[in-house]
Structure formats: C-alpha cells, structure tokens
Design a protein around this ligand. Structure first.
Ligand SMILES: NC(=O)c1ccc[n+]([C@@H]2O[C@H](COP(=O)([O-])OP(=O)(O)OC[C@H]3O[C@@H](n4cnc5c(N)ncnc54)[C@H](O)[C@@H]3O)[C@@H](O)[C@H]2O)c1
Length: 417
C-alpha cells in the first residue's frame, strides 16, 4: 500500500466507527457523517452506540468530519451507511445513493471506493458505480476502482470485534482486491479472504444473515409446535444439542436492521431474476409473526387483565439499539389483549423510545407486578430480584432463558418457551 494513504469512512454508526478507529491505528483516517450531533458527540469522546469506550475514542487518531470538503484528501473511501427496507420490505437505497453522490464529488484519478453496507449482488457496480461516474465525470474501472467488503461485526459482542475477525474483500480487478487485502490486513493481522469478484462478496454477506434468519425461524416454528404439546423448546434444544452437528439456534424475536432486513434484500434479488424466494420469505413470515404468537401464549397463561413488567426493549442483548425491535410488537400484542405493560431497559435511550414508538421507559422496575417478561437478555438483568418485582403468585415469562438456570421461588409461576 502506498505510504501516506488516507482513508475516508463515510457513515460513523455501529459499523463505520469501530472500523474507522481500528484502521486509524495504522493509516490516516477521516471519519465523515451527515449527523452533526453524532460528530459532536464523537469529538467529545462519547459513542452512543456503546461499541467504543471513552478511552478508545480519546486514544484514536481518527479525524472527525461534518464538512465533506475535507474528503478531497482521501485516496480510499469506505461507505458504511444504512441499507434498510421501506414499508413494503423492499430495499431502501437512499442513504447509499446519497453517500455515493457525496463520494463522487471528491474522487479523482486512481481513487478506490469500497462499500461495506449490506446489499444484494449488483448494487456496488450497477447502482453505486454509475452514480460515482455521473457525479465525478470519471469512469469506473479506468479512472476509479470499486471494491466491496462485507461487514460482520456483531454489536455488543466484545469478542468478535472488527480487528479480530476474518474479512472478505473483493475488487474491480486484482490490483484493487490486493490493495484492499493489504489495507484491511493491517487491521486484523492479515486474516483476509479475497472473494472472486464484487458480486460474490455482496452475495456472501446477504446469505450469512438470511441463513441465520431461516435457522431461527425453524426454531421459532418448533417452539410453537412443542408449546401445544407442553414441551419446552429449551429442554428439547439442550437434548438435541448433544449431537455433534446440531446447530445451536434459539427461539426469539428477530428484530434490528440486519437479520430481519437482509433476507428481504436477497428476496428482492431473487425476484429480479425470476425466482420466487419461498424459503427465504417463509423464514421472514415466521419470525415477523413470533412477537404476536408469544403475546398470545402469555395472555393465555394469565388469568385476566394484568400489570406486566417488560424487561428489555433493545432488539438484542447488551446493546442500546431499539431500531426495528420486535419487543414493541410484543408490547402492543399484550396491550391489545387488555394488559398494562411497563417497560424497563437501562441501555436504551428514553427519548429515542418516546420519539420512535411513543413508549415511556421507566427508570427502574416497580413492585407488585402480576408478571415479569424477560424479553432481552441484558447482562444487568441478572442482578434483578424477582421477589422485589413480583407480587405473591406472580408469573415469570422467560422468553430468552434469563432465569432458566436459576431457582425460582415456589410462590411464583415460571413460564418459558
Ligand atoms: N449494525 C450491524 O450489526 C451491522 C453488521 C454488519 C453489517 N451492517 C451493515 O452496515 C451498514 C451500516 O449499518 P450501521 O448499523 O452501522 O448503521 P447506523 O445507522 O448505525 O450508522 C450509519 C451512519 O451513517 C450515517 N449516514 C447516513 N447517511 C449518510 C450519508 N449519506 N453520508 C454520510 N453518513 C451517512 C448515519 O448518520 C449513521 O451515523 C448497513 O448496511 C448494515 O446493514 C450492520
């Protein structure tokens, strides 16, 4: 890699910020985001996503930019902006298009533009490339070069961090792929896989999450089957898990903006080539219906309108991210059935919960609830005392197996999937 290479990371969210900080240990990195508040917070060494500590941000040489004009200094651009779905579950590429326009205004001969956002095969070369060409008046593959490197980080996971996991890279040509292998390799000890081409790399990412979604859907479906037979799926999984090749998936509410979204990107790509993505969409259908199915079962286990405590709002354990969380559907499902729900999530942002869902999070669990629902397995919930929260004879609804290995006082009813 040429000396003094400058990398610009476009979009400093869950993916972009850890990546930019990791790369900044080895090369010059500019971090650009359109959200001015996010930039101000990062300058003040506060990462609201909880991925990086104040110390890690203070120690970093990453330069934060809210003004795109400084992007002229970059040689390699890495785009890490959101790729959600619209209300019709079709890919919404607005942020990706807009980021490509931004980058297009600053590239020059020899620039390399790498996309990390999750997309379906073809987006980098057939949608982003032409935008870059139009805005820059340069030609892809001749004047500037494209790359794709899927991101695999897992928010809240302190083990599989961006500098410790294998990274797939692909480029327009061999030279670009090798350059990206070197760049990312500086950060993760050379743990790089060069994919055959950009489309292959795009496809590899989108199937990773679709595969998880389908596997979880299977477990959610057997959960429903076994519940009608009075068999706990957790007991079944524990037994089946003793087989060497049994896959350890657990039931749950599949929310967030990866596993619950990426399969729709794959489904869209399938439909575009005339294939009906039956398996992929069946998984989505099952997982999207899980929150209401659980609400129905909790309702059946209660004797009448009840006051319930919901533990957790985030889409998964140990993160503050509440975007596309299915706990909201569970709350709505319980309220629709006549129950009152108070929600406690010490990791989630109260204002965001109010703005996004009209939900007022409580500051601390109250007392005398008829039932406590363990919806998210945040580590601090391990410390909560059921006795302090539940009334005599109250119910524990253990969706995530939070209390499975603990002894529940006999005065409470224990319910699990
Ligand atoms: N979060 C994950 O676990 C994860 C894992 C792997 C892959 N991904 C993929 O990575 C991509 C980014 O996800 P994320 O979770 O980091 O999203 P995020 O919402 O946390 O962060 C995206 C950031 O991009 C900024 N942004 C939006 N439009 C922009 C633009 N036009 N120019 C500059 N900045 C812009 C936003 O302000 C935000 O700070 C998505 O495609 C996602 O599917 C996410």
């Amino acid at each position: 890699m040429p000396q003094n290479t400058t990398v610009a990371v476009i979009g400093l969210g869950y993916v972009g910020l850890p990546l930019a900080v990791a790369l900044a240990r080895h090369v010059e990195v500019l971090g650009f985001d359109i959200d001015r508040t996010r930039i101000d917070e990062l300058i003040a060494a506060h990462d609201r996503t909880g991925e990086l500590s104040e110390g890690e941000l203070r120690d970093s040489r990453l330069v934060y930019l809210a003004d795109e004009s400084f992007l002229d200094d970059a040689d390699i651009f890495i785009v890490t902006v959101p790729t959600p779905v619209g209300p019709d579950n079709k890919p919404d590429l607005k942020a990706l298009r807009s980021a490509s326009e931004t980058v297009g205004r600053h590239i020059r001969l020899g620039s390399v533009i790498v996309y990390e956002s999750t997309v379906y095969p073809g987006v980098t070369e057939e949608i982003c490339g032409p935008i870059l060409e139009r805005v820059s008046s340069l030609i892809q593959g001749q004047d500037f070069f494209l790359g794709y490197s899927p991101e695999r980080i897992n928010p809240g996971d302190k083990v599989h961090r961006v500098d410790r996991i294998a990274k797939v890279v692909a480029g327009t040509n061999e030279k670009t792929a090798n350059l990206l292998a070197k760049l990312y390799g500086t950060m993760n000890g050379g743990n790089i896989f060069i994919a055959k081409d950009i489309k292959t790399a795009e496809a590899s990412k989108v199937i990773e999450n679709a595969q998880r979604d389908i596997n979880i859907a299977f477990v959610n479906e057997i959960t429903e089957i076994f519940s009608r037979m009075d068999i706990s799926v957790y007991d079944v999984l524990e037994a089946a898990g003793t087989k060497w090749n049994f896959l350890p998936f657990t039931p749950g509410l599949v929310g967030g903006h990866c596993i619950g979204v990426d399969p729709y990107y794959l489904a869209h790509a399938a439909e575009a080539v005339g294939i009906e993505p039956r398996v992929i969409l069946a998984g989505r259908h099952t997982n999207d219906g899980m929150a209401d199915a659980v609400a129905e079962r909790i309702d059946q286990a209660l004797t009448g309108p009840s006051r319930l405590l919901m533990l957790g709002l985030a889409f998964k354990e140990d993160v503050p991210d509440i975007r596309n969380t299915k706990v909201v559907d569970l709350i709505k499902g319980l309220e629709k059935r006549g129950h009152t729900v108070e929600t406690f999530d010490p990791m989630a942002d109260k204002q965001e919960a109010e703005a996004e869902y009209g939900l007022s999070l409580i500051d601390a669990p109250g007392t005398d609830y008829d039932g406590v629902v363990g919806a998210v397995r945040h580590a601090p919930f391990e410390e909560l005392s059921l006795r302090a929260m539940l009334k005599e004879g109250g119910s524990v609804f253990d969706i995530k197996g939070l209390w499975r290995a603990r002894s529940i006082p006999s005065s409470f009813r224990y319910w699990t999937l």
